[in-house]
Ligand binder design. Structure first.
Ligand code: MG
Length: 337
């Protein structure tokens, strides 16, 4: 198996503003894994707040030596080796995992949702993110997003209610809210959630700072809406401690080190009676389509990362009438544009 990679910079359609930062580009690493003339595609996305970069991913990938593996089907062994090279480096590990899944699926001639035995009609609607902005821009962005059956609103600043009111002046579609740890007072958070509950919100993602675990458990117990953990966790071993702290988890391939662990994470969450959402970073259709393969197993999807950029180089999973729509292409279901 031969691994090659190149850095790439995603250009965002709108500046991406969260409670704590704003940016217009996202660095990614595009990966190809070749075996017997077949090429699997993978991608690492490195939003700066997660600590990985073109440099760290390149450094990690240079350490990868696949010469000892002659059979790409031995995925457990290969990915165990990748994980053992160095701790952290989750996005770097994810790009190899995705490329390996794409490669193996292509050798088998089937997309992964079929290999896993999943029903493609069970894919959820994907939310589309309306970033923090002025009232006029929010209204304009909401109108542009008319195709979507659920919208995601970024919160955690002092104008949270105004944002929701602005969106509600345009549409009645269900909304979900991502606070990105922006609320620090649990009583105010609960008051806000009660207000949101009256406005047709379906869940609240990462309402409080990840360190405030006791406050979060209290909030979840009292909240009329489901609460979803995002920044609070990365990998599978983090999940059990969140039973009764959050209602559900937001799995992202760039946190989980790829599809292999993400699938197991869904199983662990189910065993703990937790809800599951599948999310993404700003990514091309490569990593988004890889995540979409898992989406029939999830209550909610937030797979709009490829729709927020202007320079995608792949075509894959599509959003049709707001719904994640899988195709028949083998592997992760993409082709180069
Ligand atoms: Mg989030």
């Amino acid at each position: 198996m031969k691994l090659s990679f190149r850095p790439y910079e995603l250009q965002l359609k709108h500046a991406f503003t969260l409670a704590t930062s704003s940016r217009t580009t996202t660095p990614v690493m595009l990966v190809e894994l070749e075996y017997d003339g077949i090429v699997g595609y993978g991608e690492a996305s490195m939003p700066p707040y997660l600590g990985e970069s073109h440099e760290t991913v390149a450094r990690f990938l240079q350490k990868v030596d696949l010469s000892g593996f002659n059979d790409p089907f031995r995925m457990d062994e290969i990915l165990e080796y990748i994980d053992s090279i160095e701790s952290g480096n989750r996005a770097a590990k994810a790009c190899i995992d995705i490329a390996l899944h794409d490669l193996v699926g292509k050798i088998m001639g089937q997309p992964w949702y079929k290999i896993w035995g999943l029903t493609p009609e069970n894919t959820p609607n994907t939310s589309f993110t309306i970033g923090i902005d002025t009232r006029d821009v929010i209204i304009e962005k909401t109108k542009e997003a008319a195709e979507f059956k659920i919208l995601k609103v970024k919160m955690g600043r002092d104008n949270d209610k105004e944002l929701v009111e602005a969106i509600r002046s345009v549409t009645d579609v269900p909304l979900c809210v991502d606070v990105n740890q922006g609320w620090t007072d649990k009583y105010k958070a609960l008051e806000m959630i009660h207000w949101l509950n009256e406005k047709g919100i379906v869940f609240v993602e990462q309402p409080m700072p990840k360190e405030q675990i006791d406050d979060m458990a209290w909030l979840t117990e009292n909240s009329p809406l489901p609460t979803i953990a995002d920044e609070a966790f990365q990998r599978i071993h983090d999940i059990p401690k969140f039973k009764d702290v959050y209602t559900g988890i937001n799995i992202k391939l760039m946190k989980s080190t790829g599809m292999h662990e993400a699938k197991k994470m869904i199983e662990v969450a189910r065993a703990l009676d937790m809800k599951v959402m599948i999310g993404c970073m700003t990514e091309t259709s490569c990593a988004v389509s890889a995540a979409a393969q898992l989406s029939p197993l999830c209550e909610w999807a937030d797979l709009d990362g490829n729709l927020l950029i202007t320079n995608d180089i792949y075509e894959g999973m599509k959003v049709i009438n707001g719904k994640v729509t899988l195709n028949e292409l083998p592997g992760i279901g993409i082709k180069k544009i």
